[in-house]
Design a protein around this ligand. Structure first.
Ligand code: C2E
Ligand code: CA
Ligand code: CA
Length: 498
């Protein structure tokens, strides 16, 4: 009777230990899932900051590292700290039920560290290093503490956590083992109790079962509550904001330098928080890019902007609306098909849409970018190269991408006519633009002097505070109407207003 009770209680205890280990791995998988988009550059400073916040928010995760396909460490939230496992291709790997996820035990046996690794396409993987000691403390009922041992393993032999006293459990033949294995991850638990303590252990009927169950239950409950109540990470917050429609388009006019007539606009995203705060894109675009949320964010922005602008576009067939597109998003399979759908659903047409590809980030695959760019133009979109001259890409690939529009970065506009190299770069871009038939747009024009000088240098169009900051839809439409009316001869002006 007592034997039976002890057996079932120790079985249950081993199952509960397993459940806690599984939960820890679940947390790691959920965390990594936020960042596992194929196109992500996770090693830039902003992305790493976001990853660091994720590790702070989840206690069992000590480090998140980004690894190349061959296992080389690319970057980490705590460089040089836990990355001892990363360099080796011989690290044992154990597959979970999800084929992209593998578990890697640490080399240092019993160190309590192991890695949950998510392979993202063929290009890279993200790995969370876990230490689950904290989640396993206080495992045994007091009477068993000195003569029992629990081991949590990855695969058949790699111990990732150990509790209790090895020496006092005695030789194997005098030990009883209670084992549990996970169906989801290659994790198993072995609980060993010396035969002597097993026999002598005489828990009061019922109570210890409850006590053990309640203790483990409370811990698991606590973990679950922590995950629900932890302050949402930046990725969660952004995802929610997208869902709630808090990311809205602001519009900045693009005008002819010669006449100052508005002929198009650029959509710049703003996060309008419920408390009224307006958040600028420099605070969240890198999180959006690093998490892959840039794709749904951009899609909703395009849809909303085209719907808002539809009545205005009806009278202005040549008017262009430019959207900022992350190059990694641009080369995602199906990007143009999805865009076609959005444009059609909004009742608009590709001819109104300009795709602005930034030069800030390196292109993940230039050949593919050229192919998508060609296809985009075939479908009627214009392709624009943003921040030209300011990014990593040099000028060589401009001809490959064959853009319809080249935007001159504000950096050069700021010192145009003052710093000789800026003048030279503008000159080069103007002649390059002429050669490939691309329209030049100068960004960040703040003064009348800049407008005139750039116009003289052969730049056709511009954008900047001189005409307007980015503004919400209503202000933009009003501005457009007022300027058009004031540009009319007086007689027409009267007729139009009346
Ligand atoms: P960008 O595409 O180079 O956009 C131009 C930035 O310069 C905008 O900043 C704009 O407000 C600002 N600007 C325009 N004219 C002037 C001027 O005369 N003087 C000054 N001082 N600034 C001017 P913003 O709106 O803060 O956007 C910053 C960057 O965030 C953008 O740079 C763009 O790279 C990114 N971004 C904005 N919206 C989106 C979006 O919807 N998707 C993506 N992927 N990126 C976006
Ligand atoms: Ca832009
Ligand atoms: Ca720009």
């Amino acid at each position: 009777m007592q034997t039976q009770r002890n057996l079932s209680q120790l079985d249950e205890l081993s199952g509960q230990l397993l459940q806690r280990a599984e939960l820890a791995v679940d947390y790691a998988v959920i965390t990594l899932g936020d960042y596992a988009a194929p196109s992500n550059d996770l090693c830039n400073a902003d992305a790493l900051r976001a990853l660091r916040q994720a590790t702070f928010a989840r206690g069992a995760i000590k480090e998140i590292a980004v690894l190349a396909a061959d296992g080389q460490l690319l970057c980490s939230t705590t460089p040089g700290h836990f990355d001892t496992q990363s360099s080796s291709a011989q690290v044992a790997e154990f597959e979970s039920r999800n084929p992209s996820i593998v578990l890697q035990p640490s080399h240092a046996e019993g160190s309590g560290l192991f890695r949950v690794l998510w392979r993202v396409g063929d290009s890279h993987s993200i790995a969370a290093t876990l230490n689950i000691d904290m989640l396993m403390f206080d495992t045994f009922p007091a009477p068993l503490r000195d003569e029992a041992l629990a081991e949590i393993r990855v695969g058949p032999a790699d111990v990732i956590a150990r509790f209790g006293d090895v020496a006092s459990t005695g030789p194997v033949e005098t030990t009883r083992v209670f084992a549990s294995a996970s169906g989801r991850y290659p994790v198993n638990v072995a609980l060993a109790v010396s035969d002597r303590s097993f026999r002598n252990w005489n828990p009061w009927p019922q109570v210890p079962v409850l006590a053990i169950g309640a203790m483990a239950g409370a811990l698991i409950g606590l973990l679950a509550a922590q995950s629900l109540m932890r302050p949402p990470g930046p990725v969660d917050a952004l995802r929610l904001a997208i869902r709630r429609g808090e990311l809205v388009p602001y519009y900045q006019p693009i005008f002819e330098l010669a006449t100052s007539q508005i002929i198009g606009c650029e959509v710049l995203v703003r996060w309008l928080k419920r408390d009224g705060e307006v958040v600028f894109p420099d605070r969240f675009i890198s999180t959006a890019e690093a998490s892959g949320l840039i794709a749904p964010m951009t899609e909703r922005l395009v849809e909303r902007a085209l719907i808002e602008m539809k009545p205005m576009l009806a009278d202005r067939p040549e008017f262009k609306i430019a959207f900022n597109i992350d190059p990694a998003h641009f080369v995602t399979p199906g990007f143009l098909d999805t865009l076609d759908h959005i444009v059609a659903n909004a009742g608009s047409s590709a001819g109104h849409v300009v795709l602005e590809l930034t030069e800030r980030n390196a292109y993940p695959d230039m050949k593919l970018a050229v192919a998508v760019s060609d296809e985009a133009r075939k479908r009627g979109y214009r392709v624009s190269l943003d921040d030209t001259g300011a990014g990593h890409n040099g000028l060589g690939h401009i001809q490959d991408l064959n853009p319809d529009i080249i935007k001159i970065d504000k950096k050069f506009v700021d010192v145009f006519g003052v710093v000789a190299t800026a003048d030279a770069i503008v000159e080069v871009l103007v002649s390059l633009g002429n050669r490939i038939g691309a329209v030049l747009v100068a960004e960040g024009i703040e003064t009348e002097g800049q407008r005139a000088a750039l116009a003289d240098a052969g730049v056709a169009q511009g954008q900047g505070y001189l005409v307007s900051k980015p503004v919400p839809v209503a202000a933009f439409l009003t501005m457009l109407q007022e300027r058009e009316v004031s540009a009319l001869p007086p007689a027409h002006r009267y007729a139009e207003v009346a």
